[in-house]
Design a protein around this ligand. Structure first.
Ligand SMILES: [Zn+2]
Length: 322
């Protein structure tokens, strides 16, 4: 049984490919972080190498080895210090040429392909151009546009979309045993990213940190230029945390957009509805929309390696005043 939550169309597509022996040599799974790309890739690796009739069974030796990261023919390759290096791709190329040791297929799951250096990407391209018959490459990335077109064109692209709040909520309750009161807030906050919701449910830092970050933003709205620039500077010392913070701010300002247009159905920050309603009275729809755009633009720039401090400074100065 496929263990993937949601993404039914993608599971169906892979299942049909497997049943019809029409498996592609390379897939590219795209979508926001923690949406389930790696889980789907691992589940597919299980389906490919499962020893049971009903693939993937999740129980056989192959399935459980893959789940525990100990199957010799299934490898997950990740960047080191935020970079996928050419040495990693050279090793892959060399090992991929050898026959599988235990399974039917050798599966290489390459995470966050956008982190590959130009040399690494070109090295992988060689493997993609002439894949050994027993090799399947599963690339993941936030978006296809971040990769070389020559790489994308050699992959079957599956763009995974956020799950519905209900799907995330049900999965948290039924599969991960999270208590009902927390599931709704976590599901709303996750933005359809089940991986985020699971991690947040198991980590006592995530929710208090969100509270802190929201409070800081509300406070900053009442502050002037100097405090705002200081805040930007402080954030830019920890550039890995910036995208998640912008994601949180974006959720808030999207909620305000909903509240300003007179509806709180579908808001994410359900525990702060009163503050949202009060703020919605204070700003024009145009102001809110402009800041949502500014947040999107800043997130895009950070993803495309713009100067973190400068990007955050510009953003902080455009945060509407209280
Ligand atoms: Zn199995």
């Amino acid at each position: 049984m496929w263990q993937v939550v949601g993404h039914k169309w993608a599971v169906d597509l892979l299942r049909r490919a497997l049943a019809g022996e029409r498996v592609a040599h390379a897939y590219l799974l795209t979508g926001p972080p923690q949406i389930g790309k790696r889980s789907l890739a691992l589940n597919f690796a299980q389906a490919l190498n499962c020893l049971d009739e009903e693939k993937p069974c999740g129980q056989c030796l192959a399935c459980s080895k893959i789940a525990h990261g100990s199957h010799p023919d299934v490898q997950v390759i990740e960047g080191e210090g935020g970079t996928l290096k050419i040495d990693q791709m050279r090793t892959l190329r060399r090992e991929a040429a050898l026959s599988p040791l235990e399974g039917r297929w050798k599966v290489y799951i390459i995470r966050q392909m956008e982190q590959a250096t130009a040399e690494a990407a070109n090295c992988l391209l060689k493997t993609l151009e002439e894949p050994p018959p027993h090799v399947i490459l599963m690339l993941t990335a936030s978006e296809a546009e971040a990769l070389l077109p020559t790489i994308v064109s050699r992959c079957q692209v599956l763009n995974l979309r956020p799950l519905t709040t209900e799907t995330v909520q049900r999965a948290l309750q039924e599969r991960w045993g999270v208590d009902v009161e927390r599931t709704r807030l976590l599901a709303c906050l996750s933005g359809g990213r089940l991986g985020w919701a699971i991690a947040a449910s198991q980590n006592n830092v995530v929710l208090p940190q969100r509270e802190k970050h929201l409070d800081e933003m509300l406070e900053l709205m009442g502050q002037g230029r100097i405090e705002r620039l200081e805040y930007a500077q402080q954030l830019s010392r920890n550039p890995e945390a910036a995208p998640e913070l912008l994601h949180l701010w974006l959720s808030w300002w999207r909620d305000l957009l909903l509240a300003a247009s007179g509806s709180t159905v579908g808001i994410v920050n359900i525990d702060r509805e009163d503050t949202l309603r009060a703020q919605a009275q204070r700003y024009s729809l145009g102001q809110v929309r402009d800041f949502v755009e500014a947040l999107r633009a800043a997130a895009w720039r950070l993803e495309h390696n713009a100067n973190t401090r400068l990007t955050l400074e510009v953003l902080m100065l455009s945060l509407p005043a209280r």
